[in-house]
Ligand binder design. Sequence first.
Ligand code: HEM
Length: 466
Amino acid sequence: MKTSDHDNKIPPGPSAPWLGLPLLGEMKNDLLGTAQRMREQYGDVVHFRMASQPYYYFFSPELIRELLVEHADDLIRHERAIEVFSLVYGDNVLTTEGDTWKRQRRILMPGFLPKKITGYVDLMTGAVADAMVTAFPEKGPAGNVLDVDSFTTVLTMDVILRVLFSHKVSEAESQRAFEASRALEHQGMRELFWPKTPPDWFPYPGRKQKLKSKADLENLIGSQVQVRRAAGEDQATKTDYLAMLLSAHDDEAQGASSSPTLSTEEIRDNCMVIFAAGHDTTATVMTWWIGLMAHHPEVAEKVRQEVAEVAGDRNPTADELSRMKWMNATIKEAMRLYPPTPNLFFRCPVRDIEIGGWHVPKGASINVPVWHVQHDARWFPEPESFRPERFMPNAAEIPRGAYMPFGAGPRVCIGQHLATIEMALIATFLIRQFDLSPGDAAGLPSPKIDMVLKPETTLRVKFTRR
Ligand code: HEM
């Protein structure tokens, strides 16, 4: 709806007395449930105020696209979330805005193009093959019950480090990076609800662990960048992402204010964010996918057959992985049910805008509730059922904006092609080698929002070698 029939009118929504503190408390306890109840009660556009700040929720695909695509230039990401993130990961393509973001995205993008990703497949395959040996040392058929999320997190961390640096981390480094990432994630969620993060010298809750975890990650990643920068080696001999960044040149750079190359600090900060954004998200999808396969063995069998038909016993190529339609449909359906980022970063208009005829003032906080749109029966009949058929080529068309695990508009996930190939590769190795069955009597755990959508209780699966 683009007419101005709601012009200057405020959308319906809950009144939020006491500066919105009771509503904030409800959200802190149950963010997904609170938004769901608001949608049921007030419809596709919801507005409320917390303290004096206006908040908007858009639940309709059409309005979300109008917001993220047509109004992309009128929006920045919400300051608090970005502030929390940049305190740890620095100024990078995720945390910057305007011309700085455009320049970083231009320089980073070539390393994420499908052609380039084909070159990372060998690096990724090495990591996945090694993980199969480390996580499952025994050769016999006895089943191993694993905490799936720990397994996928260590695995995807190794994958992204190899794509970045061709580097295989030691077990000790891997454990340190795992603990650091988890600690930073929990701390990030905690600080999101604070109006401001105190300076580092102030003894705020979680500070000591946060600074140690940040230093651990900086050491791991920064040392790689330093060593390669100092070696001054010919980057053409390497096929990893760092080689691309070290030799990258921005042809659109103009004048002294915009350098055509990235500084060492910019490279480190972007490697930090690629590491952070690039492993926990894929780990989460793989965690839920493994859980879903364990609970739907008939679907897993179809995936296994397809893998055998397309790639036989060989390590699959990027092209073969893209041709596994049923496999990719199961991964897409896992991302629909459990989108790793159930809400995009809050958006904030830099000038007054109009969405669907509703006036949204400069400075408002806008939520794009990915989880709710992907669980809406209008676009996905029987939304709680696992039905990969929805994503097969002959399925009914899904409205644009109704499925967006990678976001939409110019700030869509830069790593989406890499993630798609990586997830299909991991899935191929697992489904070939193991029968998956539930490790606990109960069904799949409920989802819980951390920085990404994790299982609320440990998800255990039995891996039985075939
Ligand atoms: C299944 C895996 C993944 C999912 C579901 C995912 C999801 C997302 C989403 C939803 C956004 C946009 C957030 C917003 O608009 O507020 C985003 C941005 C981003 N993602 Fe991913 N992501 C995944 C994998 C990756 C990987 C593998 C990398 C890097 C190797 C990566 C790097 C980034 C970066 C750097 C941004 C910021 C882009 C920008 O602002 O220009 N992501 N991701």
